[in-house]
Write a protein that binds this ligand. Sequence first.
Ligand SMILES: [Zn+2]
Length: 295
Amino acid sequence: MPINEVGNGFALIGGSMGFKTLQSPGANIRELGRVETPFGSSQPLYLLVDNGLIYMSRHGIHGYEVSAPFVNYRANIWALKELGVERIIAWSGPASMDELLDIGEIVVPADVIDETKARKYTFYENLGLGFIRQNPAFCPCISEALVQVCVERFGRCASDRVYVCTEGPRLETVAEIRKYKMFGGNLVGMTLVPEAFLAKELEMCYAPLCYITNYAEGVRTREFRPGVLFEGLLDDNERHAVDAAVAALPEIAVAAMELLSNKPRDCKCGKSMERYRRRGDIGDDWRTWITVGEK
Ligand SMILES: [Zn+2]
């Protein structure tokens, strides 16, 4: 496809139930296709015509076609950059290790612990670039807007929790959950790493918007039920709460985007590579920062 800058500079990365959620009657969605990148094909991109938001489903548009360890995060983030996206809201449905959070509750995590094992973590393989500070881990401006929207809508929004990103696709053992809690983790999922770090490497703002899908192993006693999602970690009432949360996510993202679009982008995310720029290591065209296979 021809690469054009479309949309309004905002993107929403959705999870396995994302695309279905957007297809409400009357929704005006334009298919933009996949972007071919130096790292392979991205997932298909869509423009929500009514509000200018770019949408991408990281696991594929029909559901969970690609599990978290095998998502091509580099191609997806590259594709969003190519379309002129500057600010990304990324949704994820982690489990909670924290009993104070309800199933279906919307949470804006404050930080992330990387417990993944075998992913492609950087655009800058063998290039001497990418020594980037991670405090804050996520864009404070987007996070603040998401929290504001959620508080207005739900009366509260946990914004100090830590997301532990595991490799998957298997779920965690009881002992692993105990370890992550000792680390200070509250949520456990499989998708924010390396997505968040790759976005920062290309100087994009990125913040997660999470909904709690279930309690992590060992937090509540749950019988093993073969053949159902999460094999019994989630009961039917909780399932309804999760569905309601997922249905609310696009509206929350759009409302946050509207809040942000009235403000200048005054966070530091757009300066992640400034040291390399000043040193003359990189030029104005971000595509030239990455030279695959050389050196
Ligand atoms: Zn930012």
